[in-house]
Design a protein around this ligand. Structure first.
Ligand SMILES: [Zn+2]
Length: 297
């Protein structure tokens, strides 16, 4: 086949510009950190006041540092860490790598994804856990364990990972790495494409799991984070269609009844409500409002 010489020159120029562009901008990474998927956080490590909580905080902070080190090794420049569990004050600030900025405490409009926008190049989920109702899944729940039985977005039952990936996807930002138990990793591989993953624990039951030594897990997180940032151009955002239909099944019939007092919320059955929203950001804000009105953490 005979090629047009102008096409060849154009293709070479495009390649050069894309290479130069890649070197010019250093990756900006957003790390959302939950706690239930951290290795060895299995039961009494998740809540302030429980006997082993301080160990949970240390393990969580160490996994975040491992991911930050990996990102830095791959040339990342700005790293924002979002503490996204419980009262969102679990990560120990003075023990965190000095190169990262830390977002702490709830409430905040975008909950576990506060601060994400289109200036970021990639998102990492650390310590993530499976959705409510997953069999034999350590500490599984969806956003608010005592309130939400099921959350659906456009008919799809979502985990926190799927929901938050869609929030990042709204801004065109891909998830590049997910760490948590085998269920979370399986879901991520199925939905987010060829991202990097670390199975931090093999869930046995709701309150039990098996993990390698913390340092072994942290070393793998560091290596995979470095690889993920280096492979960032291969990753694609997880996007969902607009507008968004958000459906919530509450655990209590009372919560469905009172949420449906809002004029634009439709009661669909005893414990279920539906709300039509413009996009996933509005869905996130709606969930956050329900959470914040009921909680002063
Ligand atoms: Zn969670």
């Amino acid at each position: 086949m005979k090629r047009n010489p102008f096409f060849v020159v154009w293709a070479i120029l495009l390649l050069l510009v894309s290479q130069l562009g890649g070197e010019a901008k250093k990756p900006k990474i957003y790390i959302s950190v939950d706690m239930e998927g951290i290795a060895h956080v299995v039961n009494a490590q998740t809540s302030a006041g429980q006997f082993d909580y301080e160990r949970g905080r240390k393990l969580m902070t160490a996994e975040v540092n491992a991911a930050i080190e990996g990102c830095l090794a791959a040339g990342a420049e700005v790293i924002i860490v979002s503490d996204s569990h419980g009262n969102a004050q679990n990560i120990i600030p003075e023990d965190l790598n000095e190169k990262a900025l830390l977002i702490r405490s709830f409430p905040r409009p975008l909950l576990q994804m506060e601060g994400i926008d289109s200036t970021f190049d990639g998102v990492i989920f650390l310590g993530y856990h499976p959705k409510e109702g997953t069999p034999n899944a350590n500490l599984s729940h969806t956003i608010w364990g005592t309130k939400f039985e099921e959350i659906k977005v456009n008919g799809l039952i979502v985990s926190e990972a799927l929901f938050n990936a869609a929030v990042a996807g709204h801004f065109g930002v891909p998830v590049i790495m997910v760490c948590g138990d085998q269920h979370v990793v399986e879901e991520a591989r199925k939905n987010f494409g060829p991202i990097e993953t670390v199975i931090t624990k093999e869930s046995i039951g709701f309150l039990s799991a098996k993990s390698a030594h913390p340092r072994v897990v942290q070393m793998e997180i560091k290596q995979k984070a470095e690889k993920a940032v280096k492979r960032i151009r291969e990753m694609r955002p997880f996007e969902i269609k607009k507008p968004v239909t958000l459906e919530i099944v509450f655990k209590s019939i009372f919560d469905a009844e009172t949420t449906a007092y809002l004029p634009w919320v439709k009661r669909i059955n005893g414990k279920g409500i539906r709300v039509e929203l413009n996009n996933i950001i509005e869905a996130n804000q709606f969930l956050t409002a329900l959470f914040a009105i009921n909680n002063r953490i």
